[in-house]
Design a protein around this ligand. Structure first.
Ligand code: CUA
Length: 355
């Protein structure tokens, strides 16, 4: 290594910046500022482990560096150092110390893992999170609600989320809630939380979620939001979530006709209409969602335009917005900008924010 000091400085700068970024509480993907009790417990365990390994690091590194310096070769000194073979006392000691330290880490770790398997209380809200390439479907079997890419929950509520996959292995992760469990095809897994208390009772709190198992071309664009509302607001959202769109304006009506005559209805479901497709996300309450295409674009006229335009114009799997996505149309399929405006009006305005 030519410039050891330069490398050391670089390394220190990087570690400083890294620790700084993880300190920002509001970073959506931070894992060290958990908002759930379970997540905080995981962080406490993480802290305990970090303290122990840091102490071990210094306990080894300091004598090691001292020995290198103290017993270094000096000029003109050609004597052979004293040769030592084995020291039972020391060997037993440095076997026992790690064993004791591992026991200190092992006990709380197992305790915390077992907590994840505890029987959930009776008032637990059941949610199914079904992973698809590359979006998330959320079902509320007791409420009869199906939504996509946004998991809406009331605050301070036990929720138990059954994880499934429609195709390959995905992984469910909300960094600020703690925990991370795979969605496996043909198998069900479970993750449970007590949802955090709402900080913004008006707008609700949005927590970023992401698929964390490499699952194909658009794995990086497989995000979702966990949306926490006050209990009252959640109840009114639940009441209207599956209301069919109320089509009022001429533009919305045109959009609805396009939706039912073009290929849209073969892949998507909209409650109360002939659209019963199961390939893509349920679009019944699309107007209530913040993002489109699994967190890739904002769910507004502009985002919708970009999403539809790209899906019509680009050849799969080379789409610009979401490579490999199944949101594609056949050869010769046309959508004018006016068509897109009408579809936007139908999908966004007729399911206006009713919660
Ligand atoms: Cu799904 Cu990565």
């Amino acid at each position: 290594m030519k410039h050891p000091m330069r490398w050391l400085k670089l390394l220190l700068t990087f570690s400083f910046l890294f620790s700084l970024t993880s300190c920002f509480e509001k970073l959506p993907m931070t894992t060290v500022h958990s908002v759930t009790k379970w997540g905080s417990e995981i962080n406490e365990l993480y802290l305990l482990t970090t303290v122990i390994v840091t102490l071990v690091f210094f306990a080894v590194a300091i004598p090691f560096c001292y020995a290198i310096w103290k017993f270094r070769a000096r000029e003109g000194d050609t004597r052979m150092p004293k040769q030592i073979h084995g020291n039972h006392k020391l060997e037993i000691l440095w076997t026992l110390i790690p064993v004791v330290l591992l026991v200190f880490i092992f006990i709380p770790t197992v305790e915390l893992i077992l907590k994840g398997y505890e029987e959930p209380p009776k008032d637990t809200m059941k949610i199914e999170a079904i992973a698809h390439q590359w979006w998330w479907e959320f079902k509320y079997p007791d409420l009869g609600i199906t939504t996509a890419n946004e998991m809406w929950v009331p605050e301070d509520q036990h929720v138990s989320i059954t994880l499934k996959s429609a195709d390959v292995i995905h992984s469910f992760w909300i960094p600020r809630w703690g925990g991370k469990v795979d969605n496996l095809p043909g198998e069900e897994k479970m993750i449970s939380y007590v949802t955090p208390t709402v900080e913004d009772p008006v707008g609700g709190d949005y927590y970023q979620g992401h698929c964390v198992e490499l699952c194909g071309l658009s794995h990086a664009r497989m995000r979702f939001q966990a949306v926490v509302l006050t209990k009252d607001r959640f109840n009114s959202w639940a009441k209207t979530a599956m209301n069919p769109p109320a089509v009022t304006t001429a533009l919305e009506k045109k959009g609805q006709e396009l939706f039912m005559s073009k290929t849209c209805f073969t892949c998507h479901t909209i409650e109360g209409t002939a659209a019963k497709g199961l390939v893509g996300p349920d679009l019944t309450n699309l107007g209530n969602r913040k993002m489109l295409a699994a967190g890739t674009l904002p769910n507004d006229g502009k985002g919708m335009h970009q999403w539809l335009r790209d899906s019509v114009d680009s050849k799969p799997p080379y789409q610009n917005v979401k490579p490999g996505s199944l949101m594609v149309f056949g050869e010769g399929f046309e959508l004018t900008d006016e068509d897109i405006k009408a579809l936007s009006a139908y999908l966004l305005n007729s399911t206006a924010k009713t919660y």
